[in-house]
Design a protein around this ligand. Structure first.
Ligand SMILES: Nc1ncnc2c1ncn2[C@@H]1O[C@H](COP(=O)(O)OP(=O)(O)O)[C@@H](O)[C@H]1O
Ligand SMILES: [Mg+2]
Length: 617
């Protein structure tokens, strides 16, 4: 029997039971017809017995009133085992619940409205709701057996509760997602699950992948065949500077300034110089010729003092004419030589990365096609390029929507989702302005109008630009240990102090989802992904595997050549090296043989002339 034994506030009551241990996050129903049988979530649990007594003065958790309540309903405090839980009532009730009211586990139908807002066919199946294991048998077919769960110690397990299904279409009203959590807490894993679900629904997504981990070609190890899914054809991998880049001819001067500014803003003089030099439709060559031409002139003024008519070499003459024209047109307006050199240096750096060799059209094509684009590159470059790319795609979408609004003909460009890890680098809190920060800020505030949604993951929410954080209507919070980050999370979400206290101890893959879409904080466990990164192998297991293979190979080669003696090694060294495909010398061979002896595969017979190795048994 479970009963109400006290109340802290109208929304929070204490319940107690002799037999039943409470499970964190489970939902219980209070039998109270007058108040429409309110339901509540278990947010704290305790067990007391005579060895951990309840009524000691050191126990500040349970107040006098609860003790009185326990006694009133017949508990002999200090003598029997008592399980106690704090129940947070969901939804409003007008008057406090009285002591003595019965509490029980609800049927699925009695809590369905709290747990399920949509079905897998129409929304994203991200995982399960924690504390709902006892509702499993009650679930309708559409919600049963929809996924696997992964436990680090136990491996792949069946669905362990009510599915958490994220109604992504509601992002139309409440856009943008934040994914917060310390290193190893499950962000990348969670992002992968999000991306898989978006692919299933054919939502165009662009993800920046600085860690080269977002590949979907490898099935999750051990996943049952019927859960596996082939994502080939649904995503494309692009490398910045190889498959995608900047179409220089399409650049506006302001964009070039932003690109050259890299992580920060370009200095005022450099920015002015770019605006002066750059003309619409400039190619990389035409722009850089102007730049280098002016640098030549400014470094060596005397070059223009020559009389070009007196120069014989026609190419030399042409060059002098070009430089004179350049100087006449720009020299007084571009500022200092040092600014031009700064620009040249930055332009060169981008050029060397191959940024100007390809354009954005491959990604635009994939977005149009409703596919996932994985964009890879060095972190620093990805930050600048990502901003440029996002800005482009966003503009395409805006141009389309704006034109349509005005009734003008326009080429369709779809709404899309933009995803990035390490989002704090992209949009850093503080004074410093950056290209990516401007773009992300703009979209966080206006993207909703155009159906452009951000999904920002970071291990340092405290470093993320406040303006952006405030616009993330859904936040998924994994294990977080740093106090500064926990404080930001407390401020920016509606998670309660009980949840905040649990944040440092969450297992990888467990999270609290706080969202305007769900209305209340929901404890979830992210499902097992269908795929895994090709390089998630434990590095130590990898070492073992490689060495094991090498030893095996060596054994296979050596075993037919036994027995041989150390004073006749020269007879076998050559063939062994040939078969191994690499040179092995006398000492290395002896070392390997000693290892085989330790393993019991060979035994060594010592004699006056050396050692002879024999095959064991
Ligand atoms: N949903 C999950 N279910 C089970 N294990 C998980 C889950 N998420 C993460 N893990 C485990 O934790 C490890 C680290 O997760 P990862 O997503 O790489 O962390 P992060 O990106 O936050 O640093 C994974 O390799 C996996 O073993
Ligand atoms: Mg990660």
């Amino acid at each position: 029997m479970v009963q109400v034994v006290g109340a802290t506030t109208q929304q929070e009551v204490w319940v107690a039971s002799r037999e039943r241990k409470f499970i964190i996050n489970e939902i219980l129903l209070v039998e109270d017809q007058l108040r429409n049988s309110p339901r509540g979530e278990v947010i704290e649990t305790y067990s007391f017995n005579r060895y951990i007594p309840l009524a000691t003065e050191t126990n500040g958790l349970i107040d006098e009133q609860v003790l009185a309540g326990l006694k009133a309903v017949g508990y002999s405090v200090d003598e029997e085992e008592i399980n106690i839980a704090k129940l947070r009532i969901i939804g409003e009730i007008s008057t406090p619940i009285g002591v003595g009211k019965q509490v029980r586990l609800p049927d699925f139908q009695e809590v369905e409205d709290l747990l399920v807002s949509n079905y897998p066919d129409y929304a994203l199946t991200l995982g399960t709701i924690r504390g709902t294991g006892n509702l499993l048998d009650d679930l309708p077919g559409e919600l049963s057996d929809t996924m696997c769960i992964y436990e680090q110690n136990a491996g792949i397990m069946p669905q362990d509760g009510v599915p958490f299904i994220f109604d992504y279409k509601s992002m139309n009203e409440y856009p943008h997602i934040g994914i917060f959590g310390g290193s190893g807490s499950g962000k990348s894993f969670g992002l992968r699950v999000f991306l898989e679900e978006f692919m299933k629904k054919r939502v165009p997504v662009v993800v920046l992948d600085p860690h080269w981990e977002m590949d979907f070609s490898t099935s999750f190890k051990g996943l049952p065949q019927e859960r596996a899914r082939d994502f080939s054809g649904e995503y494309k991998l692009f490398v910045v500077g190889v498959d995608v880049g900047v179409d220089f001819t399409d650049l506006k001067a302001a964009e070039l300034v932003s690109l050259l500014g890299s992580g920060e803003s370009l200095s005022e003089p450099m920015s002015n110089a770019v605006f002066t030099l750059h003309e619409n439709k400039d190619s990389y060559t035409s722009f850089s010729s102007k730049l280098y031409g002016l640098i030549t002139v400014m470094e060596n003024e005397s070059i223009l003092n020559q009389d070009s008519a007196a120069i014989d070499n026609p190419r030399e003459k042409e060059k002098i004419d070009y430089l004179s024209k350049l100087a006449a047109k720009y020299k007084d307006r571009v500022g200092h030589l040092s600014s031009l050199k700064g620009i040249a240096w930055r332009l060169n750096a981008l050029e060397r990365e191959g940024v100007f060799t390809a354009g954005t059209s491959p990604v635009e094509g994939a977005v149009m096609d409703g596919r996932l684009s994985v964009v890879r590159g060095p972190v620093k470059l990805l930050q600048v390029y990502g901003a440029y790319l996002l800005d482009r795609l966003y503009r395409n979408r805006r141009d389309y929507q704006d034109a349509r609004q005005k009734g003008e003909p326009a080429k369709w460009f779809p709404p899309f989702v933009f995803v990035t890890d390490e989002a704090h680098n992209f949009s850093m809190k503080g004074e410093r302005d950056s290209y990516s920060k401007r773009v992300i800020r703009g979209i966080s505030q206006e993207g909703r109008k155009y159906g452009v949604i951000l999904c920002m993951a970071t291990q340092r929410p405290a470093l993320l630009d406040d303006t952006v954080t405030a616009q993330l209507n859904t936040k998924i919070i994994f294990r977080t240990v740093r106090v500064t980050d926990i404080n930001v999370i407390k401020e920016e979400t509606d998670i309660g102090s009980e949840e905040a206290r649990r944040l440092p101890y969450l297992n990888s893959g467990n999270a609290f989802l706080s969202s305007a879409i769900t209305g209340r904080t929901i404890p979830i466990k992210i499902r097992c992904a269908c795929t895994q990164s090709p390089h998630t192998q434990n590095p130590f297991e990898e070492l073992e595997q490689v060495y094991f293979q090498q030893e095996n190979q060596f054994w296979n080669i050596i075993k037919d050549k036994l027995p041989f003696s150390t004073n006749a090694l020269h007879l076998v060294l050559g063939t062994i090296s040939d078969e191994l495909g690499k040179l092995i010398d006398h000492d290395q061979l002896i070392e390997q043989m000693n290892k085989l002896e330790e393993d019991g595969k060979v035994y060594a017979e010592k004699n006056p002339f050396g050692t002879t190795f024999h095959r064991s048994s």
